[in-house]
Write a protein that binds this ligand. Structure first.
Ligand SMILES: NC(=O)c1ccc[n+]([C@@H]2O[C@H](COP(=O)([O-])OP(=O)(O)OC[C@H]3O[C@@H](n4cnc5c(N)ncnc54)[C@H](O)[C@@H]3O)[C@@H](O)[C@H]2O)c1
Length: 266
């Protein structure tokens, strides 16, 4: 899929992409750079982040920060770093996430349960908490469209449907959908649009914790639920995230954007 949509649609915009070192986050960062934005990649894994920074640097203005989105002090410090580097934050993509254990709901340990909720839901909220005041300071009407803030939350079809054997993950993504709806309503008249994306399965490192002998079985089970019968490409998710960040998206907020090959038809 081409990385070039409407060229320069994000020219002059400054983005943070959490979990941006690989997978869907890296694809979104690549697409935002192609569309003219500057991008701060945040990720917890320093080595992978350094590789991503090296790969993306020739494509445009990009920076990287090692950030654990569970830690408000790290999030606040990285927001300050992004503001010093770019002067503003226009776009926040809450993408960092983990799958957690593939077990029955009642056999998650409390630590496993809290870890998934902390990263996928509370982490996204901490990033919103740190970034929204800066977005509001520059996006209040009558500011021009170029100054409007955009938040894109990467949820999952699991948050709509509740996947068996992934209760913590599904609950965290359902929570992220609800956070999107609440925040979207709160900011609707203040120049900041908040939306989320609910992809079906993409073939990324998110499944790295699944034992190799179970992977083929899991793939078949995942794809059996998708009428189009394939994984979503990370560039397809990035294209949706680019539209949500750009000026053509002007009357959608608190909304859930499906990208599931026909699996989830609402
Ligand atoms: N791959 C899929 O099938 C799929 C489907 C729907 C939604 N999603 C969601 O898309 C997002 C990206 O997933 P992906 O498939 O690209 O996975 P991935 O594992 O390739 O990427 C996730 C990134 O998040 C980072 N991360 C994890 N914990 C973090 C933390 N505490 N702080 C900062 N960064 C952290 C990881 O280091 C990694 O680079 C996730 O939120 C995931 O739940 C994925």
């Amino acid at each position: 899929m081409s990385a070039v949509g409407s060229v320069s649609a994000l020219h002059g915009r400054h983005a943070i992409v959490t979990g941006g070192a690989r997978g869907i986050g890296l694809a979104i960062a690549r697409r935002y750079l192609a569309d003219g934005a500057s991008v701060a990649l945040w990720d917890i894994e320093a080595d992978v982040l350094a590789q991503a920074l090296e790969a993306l640097s020739p494509r445009g203005p990009v920076s990287a920060a090692v950030v654990d989105v569970r830690d408000e002090a790290q999030v606040d410090a990285a927001v300050g770093q992004s503001l010093r580097a770019f002067g503003a934050i226009d776009l926040l993509v809450n993408n960092a996430g983990v799958l957690g254990p593939t077990v029955n709901a009642w056999t998650h340990t409390p630590a496993q349960w809290r870890q998934v909720l902390d990263i996928n839901l509370t982490g996204a909220w901490l990033c919103c908490r740190a970034v929204v005041p800066h977005m509001l300071a520059r996006s209040m009407p009558p500011a021009d469209a170029q100054r409007r803030g955009r938040i894109v939350n990467v949820a999952s079809v699991a948050g709509k449907e509740g996947n068996g054997l992934n209760a913590a993950y599904s609950a965290s993504k359902a929570g992220l959908i609800a956070l999107t709806k609440s925040l979207g309503k709160e900011l609707a008249t203040q120049g900041v649009l908040v939306n989320c994306i609910t992809p079906s399965a993409a073939d990324t490192a998110v499944f790295a914790g699944v034992p190799a002998e179970h992977r083929e079985q899991l793939n078949q089970a995942l794809l059996a639920r998708v009428p189009m019968g394939r994984f979503v490409e990370v560039d397809e998710v990035a294209a949706m995230a680019a539209w949500l960040a750009g000026g053509d998206c002007s009357f959608s907020t608190g909304a859930v954007f499906d990208i599931s090959g026909g699996r989830s038809v609402y």
